[in-house]
Design a protein around this ligand. Sequence first.
Ligand SMILES: Cc1cc2nc3c(=O)[nH]c(=O)nc-3n(C[C@H](O)[C@H](O)[C@H](O)COP(=O)(O)OP(=O)(O)OC[C@H]3O[C@@H](n4cnc5c(N)ncnc54)[C@H](O)[C@@H]3O)c2cc1C
Length: 455
Amino acid sequence: MDGPDFDLVVAGAGGGLVAALRAAELGAHVLVVDADEYFQRGNNTSMCTAMIPAAGTRWQRAAGVEDSPDRFLADIDRKTGGTADHRLARALAESSGRLVTWLADAQELDLELVTDFRYPGHSADRCHTIPGRHGSRLLRHLVERARAHPGIELIAPMTLREAHTTGGRISGVEIATPDGNAEHLTTPAVLLATNGFGADSDLVRRWIPEIADAHYHGGRFSRGDALRIGRGLGADTGYLDAYQGHAALSSRSQTLIGWATVVHGGVIVNSEGRRFAPETTGYSEFAAILAAQPGGTGWIVIDEHIEALCSVFDDFRTVAESGSLVRATTAAELAERIGVPAETLDDELAAAGRAATGAEPDRQGRTDDRHAVTAPYIAIAVTPALFHTQGGLVVDEHARVLAGGSPVPGLYASGGAAIGISGHGAGGYLAGNGLITALGLAYLAAEHVTSPVTA
Ligand SMILES: Cc1cc2nc3c(=O)[nH]c(=O)nc-3n(C[C@H](O)[C@H](O)[C@H](O)COP(=O)(O)OP(=O)(O)OC[C@H]3O[C@@H](n4cnc5c(N)ncnc54)[C@H](O)[C@@H]3O)c2cc1C
């Protein structure tokens, strides 16, 4: 009898490519389909800052950073108030070191540890990234590796429409071109790596109304396909209210300015020139806080010292080159240039500066040890945004999709298609929770698909 057309079909060429590469390395014949012709420039992995958290790695040891999966897990627990799926969080924390080591050694990705700043919520330097710190470089590398591998076929644009079961197990898929030409293929395993539902405004309004009016800054094919396909097979869903927001998207260039601006000492004022919350709570939850301010927008205020530190990010340089940086030698001049009351802005910046040097308590309760922003000032207009949703199909520690609590044999989900490890709402999102679930669950799925027990 002939075997299946493919050992694994991966829907979604973002983090899903990790599954294809790992499974192919372990001997599987893999098909990857992506609905978006321009996925290399359009999906979330291509848009991201390429920060991959991992604990207990050789990069950390070389830098003298003490870390462990348990410590990573404790940070996730603290950020989510213990509401994240613990089994999943543990599996991802424990495999994170293996993942980045494999990306560097087997996939020849040029990884480095970020030690120049730390995102809120991480108790150790554990974000690993690539030069330029941009997802388009990460994705391009994975695509090139996949295209060069004889065990992987990558087709785009091609949409996964349905996954079929026979006797309760995955047995095939229906894929289709944009003009509707459908094809049926046999396979015992499908990975749904199609991201979440951020691009479907009705679904966002239904599940996450607090961010429904904010700008959506994510892949346009994040339409909730995994939810639809999974539910059709009886899959369980969870954490549908969870999301990654961001409060540092440039209003003018629609490019991420980056939270490093804040971590390095920057402050955020609203359209009336007032600070309104401790910026270091986290960029994700700050999106809804900013959205609730008058006019729903604000300004990040930094100085030239911070500007220099942030220029290691491709995205920050893009923002700068777009002409979005408003410069001024005094607070009064800055106020005039950005259209806020001079007295208020001057008072806020002076007070924030005194708080940064420890001369007085911070008005917003910010407690980080930080650089005091000083003149000449730079302001960048920010708009709150939804980056991606963090809820989806319930998966176990092997990325297997569950239905009624039991795995659907052969059905896997990763990244935004699956539940994340961010608990509920926006506040549990720890920097890196997007890629660790996208790359990490894809990696775990590939290992399960190819393990002798399941083969
Ligand atoms: C500006 C920005 C910065 C970010 N920075 C970081 C960061 O530094 N670290 C971090 O951890 N996270 C970050 N994130 C979040 C991170 O980008 C995402 O969580 C992650 O990339 C999601 O990966 P994914 O594989 O689930 O989805 P994607 O990368 O979006 O890939 C999904 C793919 O599936 C395709 N698709 C959809 N439906 C179908 C279908 N039916 N059939 C076939 N294909 C389909 C889409 O076209 C898409 O290409 C950031 C996000 C943004 C927007």
